[in-house]
Write a new protein. Structure first.
Length: 236
């Protein structure tokens, strides 16, 4: 069994012991890469510390049993759990006032669709938007999503209570985690980083970042472009 109380070796020592070398790399490159590797190890450890703090949150507020309409008909929050004890809901910016859904949300959900079957082995996963279910399923078919479960929030009660509707009636995205223990549904955690928590010169984003695309961009010399925005369609 892993002894979690045992002090970890320094990130620098782990980085220096790494045997990976790239063909024809220079000494300057290896020196800088080893320093970066130490920081990457520290980042990995910090991500785990934050996850541990998240898992240790005290019990959240009890949640009422909201009503939704899914592809199979009316259901409620309890029904979204299925046979799982944890439910993750993404609030999708696709309200009835929109002609088309949010491209950024759509990009994220397109990535999630490829992993939905895997995620749903351990948790329940639902996508909630305020548009009628017929409109949501039509776009699901257009986009080619196979495994995401979409639900309409026709009353807007859930969206309103969980910050998915702005003061002007606009949409806002969100990620919310709920638990069902001993028959009681509670809120566990929500993403709370918004535009007001963004650092200067950076595009507003949460941590952990939910979009694989940005993680890939972070590994490139171009990095993220705070002025770039995904589209629903591209010229081919």
């Amino acid at each position: 069994m892993l002894d979690t109380n045992k002090p970890l070796p320094s990130a620098r020592s782990l980085a220096e012991s790494c045997g990976v070398r790239i063909l024809k790399e220079s000494a300057d490159y290896r020196k800088a890469r080893t320093a970066l590797l130490a920081e990457e190890i520290e980042l990995r450890r910090h991500i785990e510390r934050v996850a541990e703090m998240r898992r240790a949150l005290p019990p959240g507020a009890e949640v009422k049993n909201y009503s939704f309409v899914g592809e199979g008909g009316p259901t409620d929050l309890a029904g979204l759990f299925g046979d799982k004890q944890t439910l993750v809901i993404y609030t999708y910016m696709f309200g009835p006032q929109r002609q088309r859904p949010c491209p950024m949300c759509t990009s994220l959900l397109s990535a999630w669709d490829g992993e939905a079957q895997d995620m749903m082995q351990r948790i329940a996963l639902a996508v909630v938007a305020r548009s009628p279910i017929e409109r949501l399923t039509a776009f699901k078919q257009e986009r080619g999503w196979r495994d995401l479960k979409l639900y309409s929030d026709p009353s807007g009660d859930f969206s309103r209570d969980y910050h998915a509707i702005g003061p002007d009636g606009s949409d806002d995205a969100g990620l919310h985690v709920f638990t069902r223990r001993d028959g009681m549904i509670r809120h566990f955690w929500s993403a709370e980083m918004d535009f007001g928590t963004a650092d200067p010169g950076q595009d507003p984003r949460g941590a952990p970042d939910l979009m694989p695309m940005w993680t890939v961009f972070d590994c490139t010399p171009e990095g993220r472009d705070p002025d770039w925005y995904p589209k629903l369609d591209y010229d081919r």
